[in-house]
Write a protein that binds this ligand. Structure first.
Ligand code: NDP
Ligand code: MG
Ligand code: MG
Length: 340
C-alpha cells in the first residue's frame, strides 16, 4: 500500500526564503497561490499580458508578472495552466530555470508522455490536490486540508520530496494526508478512471439504460428519473460510506436485484474493453490521439460534444431539472466543478 504523509512529515523550512511562481490563476492556480502566500511563502503569479485572470490575482493582493518574468524570480515554478497549454508555456520559461530550481506540477500528463522534457539540473515534482481548486482554498481558510498526491520525477537536489512535502503543507494538503505516487501511476490511473468509470463509463451506462427503457415503451421522464436523477443519491451514499452503506440504505429488493444483475450488465466483455482502454493509456495511444486532435483544432472532439448535447436525455433532463430548481439554488456553480 501507498505511503501517506501528514503535517508532521513536512518541514516548512524547505520552502522558507524561497519564491514560488504560480503559472496560471484558474481553478488550481488561485488556490495554490493564495494558500502559499497565507503560509508565508513569497508568491509571484505568472500570466500572459492580456490574461483575463490578471485582475483577479491583483485583487487578491498578489504580485503578477509574465510567466517568463515570474519563473526568473522563482525557486519553484508551479505549472497550473491547462494541460494542453503547458508544453508551450514550458518553452517560454525553460531558460529561466536554474540549477536546483523545482518544476512543480498538479498532473503528470505532459511529463509522463514526454510533451515536456525537463532540463537536467532541476527537480521535477508533483503535488496534486484530489479536489477542485475552490475547495483547496475553502478548506485551507477553514483550517482544514484537502487530500493530495505527491510524486518525484527528477531529484537533482536530493531534497525533491522534502520540498514537495513542504509545498503540500503550505497549500494545506498535509493537514488531510498526502499519498505517495509516481508521475506514471498518477497519470495512468487518472486517465483510466475518467475514461472507463467516472466520465465515460458512467455516461454510457446512463444513456444505455435510458435508451433501453425508452425503446421498450416507457416514458422518457420515468427513464430519466431512474437512470440519471437517482444516480446522485447512490453515489452520495457510496462516497459517504462505501458500497456497504449504499447497499444498507436501499431496499432488500434493490440489493438482491443489484447483486444478481450488476455483473450481468458489466460482464467479462466490459472488463475486456476496460483492459483495452487501460492498454491505450499505458502504451501512449490515447495520449497521441489527444495531442494530434488538439493540433488539428479538435475536429472530432467538437463533433462528439455536439452529439452528446443533442441526446434526448439532455432535453428531457432540462425540463425535469426545472422541477428541482429549489435544490439547485443551494449549490454554487463552483460546487459542480470536477477534479478529474
Ligand atoms: P484552469 O483551466 O483553471 O487554468 C486556467 C488558467 O490558465 C487561467 O489563469 C488562464 O489564464 C491560464 N491560461 C489558459 N490558457 C493559457 C495560455 N494559453 N497561456 C497562458 N495561460 C493560460 O486549469 P486547472 O486549474 O483546472 O488545471 C491546472 C493543472 O491542475 C492541470 O495540470 C490540471 O490537470 C491540474 N489539476 C486540476 C484540477 C481541477 O480540479 N481543476 C484538480 C487537480 C489537478 P487566461 O486568463 O490567460 O486564459
Ligand atoms: Mg427505484
Ligand atoms: Mg484527469
Amino acid at each position: 500500500n501507498a505511503t501517506i504523509y501528514y503535517e508532521d512529515d513536512a518541514d516548512a523550512n524547505y520552502l522558507s526564503g524561497k519564491t514560488v511562481a504560480v503559472l496560471g490563476y484558474g481553478s488550481q492556480g488561485h488556490a495554490h497561490a493564495q494558500n502559499l502566500a497565507d503560509s508565508g511563502v513569497d508568491v509571484v503569479v505568472g500570466l500572459r499580458e492580456d490574461s483575463s485572470s490578471r485582475a483577479a490575482a491583483k485583487e487578491d493582493g498578489l504580485e503578477v508578472a509574465t510567466a517568463k518574468e515570474a519563473a526568473a524570480k522563482a525557486d519553484v515554478v508551479s505549472v497550473l495552466v491547462p494541460d494542453t497549454v503547458q508544453p508551450a508555456v514550458y518553452e517560454e520559461i525553460k531558460d529561466e530555470l536554474e540549477a536546483g530550481n523545482t518544476l512543480q506540477f498538479a498532473h503528470g500528463f505532459n511529463i509522463h508522455y514526454n510533451q515536456i522534457k525537463p532540463k537536467d539540473g532541476i527537480d521535477v515534482t508533483m503535488v496534486a490536490p484530489k479536489s477542485p481548486g475552490h475547495l483547496v482554498r475553502r478548506n485551507y481558510e477553514a483550517g482544514e486540508g484537502t487530500p493530495g498526491l505527491v510524486a518525484v520525477y527528477q531529484d537533482e537536489t536530493g531534497e525533491a520530496k522534502e520540498r514537495a512535502l513542504a509545498y503540500a503543507q503550505a497549500i494545506g494538503c498535509a493537514r488531510a494526508g498526502v499519498v505517495e505516487t509516481s508521475f506514471r501511476e498518477e497519470t495512468e490511473t487518472d486517465l483510466f478512471g475518467e475514461q472507463a468509470v467516472l466520465c465515460g463509463g458512467v455516461t454510457s451506462l446512463v444513456k444505455t439504460g435510458y435508451e433501453t427503457l425508452v425503446d421498450a415503451g416507457y416514458s422518457p421522464e420515468m427513464a430519466y428519473f431512474e437512470c440519471l436523477n437517482e444516480l446522485k443519491l447512490i453515489v452520495d451514499l457510496m462516497y459517504e460510506g462505501g458500497l456497504g452503506e449504499m447497499w444498507d440504505s436501499v431496499s432488500d429488493t434493490a440489493e438482491y436485484g443489484g447483486l444478481t444483475r450488476g455483473d450481468v450488465v458489466v460482464d467479462d466483455h466490459a472488463r475486456e474493453r476496460m483492459e483495452e482502454v487501460l492498454e491505450q493509456v499505458q502504451n501512449g495511444e490515447f495520449a497521441r490521439q489527444w495531442i494530434v486532435e488538439n493540433q488539428a483544432g479538435r475536429p472530432s472532439y467538437t463533433q462528439l460534444r455536439e452529439a452528446e448535447g443533442n441526446h434526448e436525455i439532455e432535453q428531457v433532463g432540462e425540463e425535469l431539472r426545472a422541477l428541482f430548481a429549489w435544490a439547485e439554488e443551494k449549490e454554487t456553480e463552483e460546487d459542480k466543478e470536477s477534479p478529474v
